[in-house]
Design a protein. Structure first.
Length: 163
């Protein structure tokens, strides 16, 4: 098992590569002009990761961008391998004239981001409509998602009041 990295160590290692540390993972976005180009970018990213892709990489392919997430999945944490993969992916994108970017201050419609809200309630079904209304989200299996399908990572579980 690889040693996990602290938030600061991971962030410092990739900040100049256009990646962000978000909730225990590294995220970036590659702007593209079409879904065809996005699929090509995803293929290049997988090739850059090689055999490590399956255990570390998630890709969200859209017509205007590819959002990439790295995390050592079997540890649910970041390791040196994830940092290496971020550098390899950024280099692969530069060779084809593209860039990895966190979309902060670029005028992009939204930055690479993730929101996590934990709701501990005795009756999840009773409080879920409130969170849907507040966040403007729709139902997806076990998560709430915005109208573009971006997960809010609203985690719900059945609480117990033993008092």
């Amino acid at each position: 098992m690889e040693q996990t990295l602290s938030r600061r160590a991971a962030s410092d290692a990739i900040s100049d590569q256009g990646w962000r540390y978000l909730l225990g993972a590294l995220r970036t976005s590659v702007p593209v002009g079409s879904l065809v180009q996005a699929a090509d970018v995803a293929a290049r990213v997988v090739a850059a990761c090689g055999s490590d892709a399956d255990g570390h990489l998630r890709a969200d392919i859209r017509p205007d961008r590819v959002v990439l997430t790295l995390q050592t999945m079997d540890q649910a944490a970041l390791t040196a391998c994830d940092i290496d993969l971020a550098h390899r992916i950024s280099a692969a994108m530069r060779t084809v004239g593209l860039r990895t970017e966190p979309e902060i201050g670029t005028g992009a419609p939204r930055s690479v981001q993730l929101v996590e809200i934990a709701v501990d309630a005795l009756d999840i079904a009773a409080v879920r409509p409130f969170w849907k209304a507040v966040l403007g989200y729709t139902d997806e299996p076990r998560v709430l998602a915005d109208i573009e399908g971006n997960e809010a990572c609203v985690t719900t579980w059945q609480g117990r009041d033993d008092s």
